[in-house]
Design a protein around this ligand. Sequence first.
Ligand code: ZN
Length: 317
Amino acid sequence: MISSIAGFPAEVVITEVGPRDGLQSEPVFVPTAQKIELVQALLDAGLRRFEVTSFVSPRAVPQMQDAAEVMAAFRDRDDAHLTALVPNARGADAAIDSGVDAMVLFASASESHNRKNVNRSLAESLEGFSQIARLAEGTGVALQGAIATAFGCPFEGVVPVGAVVDQARAYRDLGMGHITLGDTTGMATPALVIERVEALAKAVPDVQIALHFHNTRGVGLACAYAGLALGVRHYESSIGGLGGCPFVPRATGNVPTEDLVYLMQESGVQTGTDLNRLIHAAQLAERIIGRELPGQVMKAGPRLQIAAMDSVRTAHG
Ligand code: ZN
């Protein structure tokens, strides 16, 4: 039994975002059957929350054109919580029909990134969300919010903590009980995590906060560690570190799920997952994508995996 670290939560919930955030930027279409196989492998590894797809325009994101089919494969799994990213009312209608448990609505905390990402002002995004909230009423489908560029904007630099707090309040007022601080461009640092999580704990104490880091500058796991020290119980990650378009320099995937689980497991935090099975799922993801993924535990294996003495050469001298 690994002793836990003081102040860390006893258990956390990980949402696997590889099938959406990870695959979305892949330029070559991943056949629906392989997407389903990957989600199934992740379920077998014990993960129970998935951002499984995105109901965006198939012209805008061809990779997600099979959103309804992927959902259909898992909608009857009562033990799995399935969410999908939804950009507008049309997507919301399709997502509700597909049987999602929750729709994830997203806007950036910086105006310029929101314009780039969804071609709207933040106020227009929030107006669209209230339209979606009306569609969701009475359907049993929950709304979750994602705040993109919550830790910094590639076009504006600093994103004031007040902007993140205001956006979280607006989300809560729309009925969102679960809000993700997204670090789309990998600008989070542990100090920023502490500042922002503490501000939200004061401003919207009734809301579940989730943390979503990309490993763009190599401090993704350090940011997650800061979240654990603050008692944050919800994290998002992608298997193998899927994500980041291979044709965009410096675009990097999420923190790899199996690396995050390794950190948590070795810190005495329960995740409900099986690390060896996650490693197999990461290797499956690598075969599907056809190139090396950045995950490290998937290559090195668990810490106490014993190597045979003759598996490496003996030094002379
Ligand atoms: Zn992301």
